[in-house]
Write a protein that binds this ligand. Sequence first.
Ligand SMILES: *Cc1c(COP(=O)(O)O)cnc(C)c1O
Length: 425
Amino acid sequence: MPSETVPPAGYFDDGLSISDPEVAAALNAEKLRQQDQIELIASENLVSRATLEALGSVITNKTVEGYPGRRYYGGAEHADRIENLAIERARRLFQCGYANVQPHSGSQANLAVYLATLQPGDTVLSMDLSSGGHLSHGSSANISGKWMNTVGYGLDPDTGRIDMGSVRRLALEHRPKLVIAGGSAYPLTIDFAAFRRIADEVDATLLVDMAHFAGLVAGGVHPSPIPHAHVVTATTYKNLRGARGGIILAGDAEYGKRFNRAVFPGVQGSVILNAVAAKAVCFREAMRPEFAEYASRVLENARALAAALNARNLDVVGGGTDTPIVLLDLRDLDLTGAAASDALEAAGLTANKNGVPGDTQPPTITSGLRFGSSAGTARGFRTAQFERIGHMIADVLEDMSGSTDRTEALRAEVGEMCRDHPIYW
Ligand SMILES: *Cc1c(COP(=O)(O)O)cnc(C)c1O
């Protein structure tokens, strides 16, 4: 081989469309999909151009292990600067003494908390998956459920709220080492102080997983769990509107230190530095007044969606929402979540099937739908659009055998709403 082939011609200069048209085509099609449909999946959002740039930056070439100032490899000066920026911004944003910005995902953040606070076989008290809990909180299919003993609490069937009386009874009966508040499909405010009192009563650690409302906390429109929990985890890519990844926070800097060892070398190796750079960008964006406005609109919009669904006599779990999440129980309509989400997708409304309290359908089918307002709000939708979306959803669900004309008409209206609020142009 002649030496000019390393690096190959264009290696440092050619873009993806030249060097790999197949992947480029799929990515471009995905961009068009995002532009042209209404994203109602609660775990998704739309990041800024600046975040995309940080994610696609040369810091991806750098390998570091450990923490700023104490790395195992040299050449880490700029990596340290980036991680320190992310840490300092996270601490300022959430007003807490400790932040770890390295977790590769929310599940990794939770696993690190497990490692730091539990021994295999210890008991964890967390929300049932069927009531809106998360896989990483003790599902039997996840390491958290395989290696720990999980006791699940549920919701009061009349109010759709966490039944705090049963949380306390279960805590006193099972003496968990770790109590987890927060889930993937729980729309209402959690009484963090009551959880802390129960955790203290049985000498347990309280973890609040705020993956789905971290942006509202950052924007000041939702109570912060930081003053109440021993430790708080979150994802950065849902309501916080940043790159994919997780964080661990603690009010007390000294207490928080134990999670450093748990993340590295406990459950992770080297740092995904481009993700950390993107988290730093996200935290700075979230400190600006525009983000407070974004957060308050996310909440307003979720409530407008819930109100429209209620007005059409659909069964909104909990009656409404204090978060970006709106959960719909489809059992009155005799519909499954799987069929309903397919029908909505055909109309350009992307949402996910989701279990509802007391659901007897398997997780692949379910009897519910979960919606979120974070992504739609990011592209500029206001309450008028979310109300309309609520009625479009109701139209589809009320007549699932709807004609192709109806579907086409909705699809066209969705396309128009999207063109009025373009993204990544
Ligand atoms: C989304 C979510 C997570 C996990 O996130 P991944 O990044 O997918 O690992 C953890 N906890 C809760 C409550 C979540 O909603």
